[in-house]
Design a protein. Structure first.
Length: 183
């Protein structure tokens, strides 16, 4: 993973990893658990990095179905991070941003910027067709990625993984988790 760390970022190999509880949500009208390749890529990546798969689900491209699953997870107290795949495109059926944005307590603006920089290196200007986003809902981080295997690999390997690694310095999202609900 260290090959993908951002300039100036480094991994403190002497420190212990703090595992994060992550739920994976695939949003698709055409995929089911068996054919959910992008969800499987995320599960493989997050467990390979030492994190815990807290739950996994597939829901259709429907604002209410997406919100229902996300709110159930954020209310459970059992999830630190939600990774979604699918529904971030431009077609009429792509409704992930519309479902998630009203739920956000805070938006992580830099995520989509960095994701698009990374994605541009892989797919060129086609990255413009994604509305990838991230934020915080009820003290839980959420990252909404496109549905392609390449996009989830780019998003996890080159952006999210380092920020969910407690050993990443000078800072990471894991160290913020205990403070997300501060008033």
């Amino acid at each position: 993973m260290s090959a993908f760390l951002t300039p100036g970022g480094k991994l403190d190999e002497a420190a212990a990893l703090t595992p994060v509880r992550i739920a994976v949500l695939t949003i698709s009208d055409t995929r089911d658990e068996e054919s959910d390749t992008s969800g499987h890529v995320l599960v493989e990546r997050l467990t390979g990095a030492g994190h815990q798969l807290a739950d996994k689900a597939v829901v259709r491209d429907d604002i209410h179905a997406i919100r229902g699953q996300v709110k159930a997870w954020t209310a459970s107290g059992e999830i630190d991070v939600i990774l979604t795949t699918g529904g971030t495109g431009l077609t009429g059926r792509d409704v992930t941003p519309e479902a998630i944005e009203p739920l956000l307590d805070k938006r992580i603006e830099g995520f989509s910027v960095v994701f698009h920089l990374v994605s541009y290196q892989t797919v060129g200007l086609s990255t413009l067709q994604s509305r990838a986003l991230a934020g915080i809902i009820d003290g839980v981080f959420i990252f909404c990625l496109p549905g392609s295997n390449g996009a989830v690999r780019d998003g996890w390997d080159r952006v999210i993984a380092a920020q969910l690694d407690s050993r990443h310095k000078p800072c990471n999202l894991v160290e913020l988790m205990p403070r997300l609900l501060e008033k």
